[in-house]
Design a protein around this ligand. Structure first.
Ligand code: HDE
Length: 690
């Protein structure tokens, strides 16, 4: 360590634009009106014909342009992530609401006036990069905070628990859940033998499976999911005092999910459903907002709970350890280039800042190794921190040198520490000057490969989750088991799953055992009675904001009603979209005009949150079929439906009037507000199917 007058003197002015400004230096200039060149800057006179010996002759080696173009193309891919391959990311900013100084010295959590730039990548875990968004799966929710003290990565998921307690099992889980190795089938799903075989051999996964079978595994939008740091971390304050902490992201729009059948259909109709939703909404100026929450436990209370707080298969019930909301993240900008930013961003849970530290959670400890290791395969180089999206916004100096694709031109002849030649620069600094020092936890034990007794209860929280579900949520879980385990060919594996989940709840297990050809349990079940209202989506925030509403009209539609509906939807922050049998302007009976940007051919009801059908004078049998199909599908997926004029007839033909969440217009526009309220309710899960 060495003194220096002002260690901050090189630090640039830090604000929410710091990352954007840094990226600007790397953005390519526009191609418009520019001559084409090779990568060496040589202007080219031809780019469509390779150099040949005669018009019909072979291509010749002189053609350096062809070789450069083709070689670059041949090497355009990097290995996709071994898990979380399919992802989508956006830029934004984070602000803390009040200083967290009593708990942590992390600078980005001190001052409500400071906005920290962030980059967030959402992902599915199992499917390959080109798979679908709506698979039943865990979603990744990884945030890189570009703080003035260096990058802090909160690499989270949308479930608060994980499949296992010890990271050494992770490769086995991933081998079991990925497509089976002989034929690489099935894609992006857990519904196959090897996964459920692994589950039946690892009872610690029971709680996670409850989440995976629940609606949480098919989110309506990345903007409508919670995020959880899962692992237990530490906050450390200036006095060196530590608290255990778990991190939460709470979506301002609430937590909402698709219906299972809908998710399956969307997977084919629009595999990009979730990424398109984020991309379109950010382009429309509908920022995605999440509040940051923390659960804090004092070190002295480490053993106060009936679960081990270091066990990643357990959550800390919010009713016992309240989530304190401490800040807000706003995603407000799409990327410029998917590969450069979304594909090349490299997260690592070990990227922390002073004031945040690790716990001995054995899952976290394994993660601290894995992420850096995997980036070296993806980038083929330890220099991935130099890629623009990964660079910290604060300066960084050390003696690490060279390696594939080194970008920095380090000056001078000294690359060793300590040195006298360069006055021992770069020098280390004390904790008071911002130097990171690990929390000095006392650790004492034998080297041992074993599970602590405190990690051995695998079913109580699975039952807590079950108890906390509303009736429709319970039914969805049963249906998910029926589908997922029903796909398993091995009768023995299916029975072992029934036996395993009978330790959670006998009624639940009996409800799916029969349909999957297994013997239902006669007794068993956890006797936990407790429930946690925070776990049910029935209790989440409800809002019509940003909901996509299909408005189905033909020429001569009811101008007064449709205009009133469009105005009210827009005022409520919803996104009305006109559907018809043709694209282009459609005129109403009062000469009003709307623009149809979708037709029955280009879009299906699954692309929308709600449907309003008016009709129009030119609505013929063909239109009738398209509109009816929209309404029927919306109905089957529990979505709000409104109808006026011809729409009322179609409603009648489909036998839908008087159903839950179906709003009918009579003579006036009174149906508008009830429809908006219905949209805010999201879905009518209790609706009876006709
Ligand atoms: Fe990951 N995880 N993981 N994970 N994880 C990766 O790192 C790993 C775990 C999570 O958008 C990989 O860069 C181990 C929990 C997200 O780029 C890899 C264990 C949680 C992402 C890896 C876990 C996560 C990853 C693959 C212990 C929630 C995507 C590519 C069993 C808190 C980040 C990569 C992105 C990615 C390993 C468990 C979240 C292989 C060993 C728990 C969001 O390093």
């Amino acid at each position: 360590m060495k003194d220096k007058k002002n260690i901050n003197e090189e630090e640039p002015n830090f604000n929410e634009n710091s990352k954007n400004e840094q990226l600007e230096a790397f953005r390519s200039s526009d191609n418009e009106d520019k001559p084409m060149t090779t990568n060496q800057g040589l202007k080219m006179s031809e780019d469509e014909f390779s150099l040949k010996a005669g018009e019909r002759g072979p291509t010749i080696m002189d053609d350096f342009h062809f070789r450069e173009k083709m070689t670059h193309f041949d090497n355009e891919r990097i290995p996709e992530r071994v898990v979380h391959a399919r992802g989508f990311a956006a830029h934004g900013e984070f602000e803390v609401y009040e200083s967290m100084k009593p708990y942590t010295k992390a600078k980005f959590l001190q001052d409500p006036n400071v906005k920290t730039p962030v980059f967030v990548r959402f992902s599915t875990v199992v499917g390959f990069r080109g798979s679908k968004d709506t698979a039943r799966d865990v979603r990744g929710f990884a945030t890189k905070f570009y703080t003035e003290e260096g990058n802090y990565d909160l690499v989270a998921n949308n479930f608060p628990v994980f499949f296992m307690q010890d990271a050494i099992k992770f490769p086995d889980l991933v081998h079991a859940i990925k497509p089976e190795p002989d034929n690489e089938i099935p894609q992006a799903t857990a519904a196959h033998d090897t996964f459920w075989d692994w589950v039946s051999q690892n009872q610690e996964t029971a709680h996670m499976i409850m989440w995976l079978m629940s609606d949480r595994a098919i989110p309506r939008s990345f903007r409508m999911m919670e995020g959880f740091g899962v692992n237990t971390f530490r906050f450390v304050n200036e006095e060196g005092k530590a608290h255990f902490v778990k991190f939460h992201w709470k979506p301002v729009l609430g937590v909402h999910s698709l219906a299972w059948e809908e998710a399956e259909i969307v997977g084919g109709a629009d595999p990009d459903f979730n990424r398109r939703d984020l991309w379109d909404n950010l382009n429309l100026g509908n920022n995605a907002e999440f509040e940051l929450g923390v659960q804090i436990i004092e070190e002295k209370d480490e053993f106060k709970f009936d679960f081990d707080i270091l066990d990643a298969t357990k959550l800390w019930p919010e009713e016992d350890v309240p989530v304190r909301i401490i800040g807000k993240m706003t995603l407000n900008r799409n990327v410029d280039n998917f590969f450069a930013e979304t594909e090349q961003v490299a997260f690592h849970p070990a990227n922390i800042v002073p004031g945040i530290d690790f716990s001995n959670d054995p899952l976290l400890q394994g993660r601290l190794f894995s992420y850096l290791d995997t980036q070296i395969l993806r980038f083929g180089s330890p220099n991935h921190h130099e890629v623009p999206i990964n660079r910290p916004v604060c300066p960084f100096f050390n003696n690490q040198r060279d390696g594939f694709m080194r970008q920095t031109v380090n000056k001078g002849n000294v690359a060793h520490h300590r040195n006298a030649l360069a006055n021992s620069s770069p020098y280390t600094v004390s904790e008071e000057e911002g130097g990171f020092a690990h929390y000095q936890e006392k650790v004492d034990g034998h080297k041992i490969r074993a599970r602590s007794d405190s990690f051995k209860d695998h079913f109580s929280q699975a039952k807590l989750f079950w108890n906390s579900m509303s009736a429709p949520e319970k039914q969805h879980i049963i249906d998910a088991f029926r589908f997922e385990v029903g796909k398993v060919k091995s009768k023995d594996v299916r029975q072992r799953i029934v036996d395993m989940f009978s330790n959670v709840d006998v009624d639940m297990t009996a409800a799916f055992a029969k349909t999957i050809g297994s013997t239902p349990p006669s007794s068993g079940g956890s006797n936990v009675k407790k429930h946690s209202p925070a776990l049910s989506q029935a209790n989440t925030t409800k809002s019509a904001m940003t909901r996509k509403v299909a408005i189905i009209v033909a020429e001569g539609y009811d101008g007064q009603k449709v205009e009133a509906m469009i105005d009210a939807l827009s005022a409520a922050g919803a996104e009305p979209r006109i559907i018809s049998d043709v694209l282009g302007p459609i005129t109403g009976n009062n000469d009003s005009q709307v623009e149809a940007k979708h037709t029955f051919q280009t879009d299906a009801s699954v692309a929308f949150d709600a449907v309003y059908v008016d009709g129009g004078q030119t609505a013929d049998a063909w239109f009738d079929r398209g509109a009816s199909k929209f309404m029927k599908q919306a109905f089957e997926h529990f979505k709000p439906i409104a109808a006026s004029n011809e729409g009322l007839n179609w409603l009648k033909n489909l036998n839908l009037p008087d159903s839950l969440g179906v709003v009918e217009a009579n003579n006036d526009t009174d149906f508008v507000q009830p429809f908006i309220d219905a949209i805010a309710a999201h879905r009518f899960w209790e609706r009876k199917m006709v």
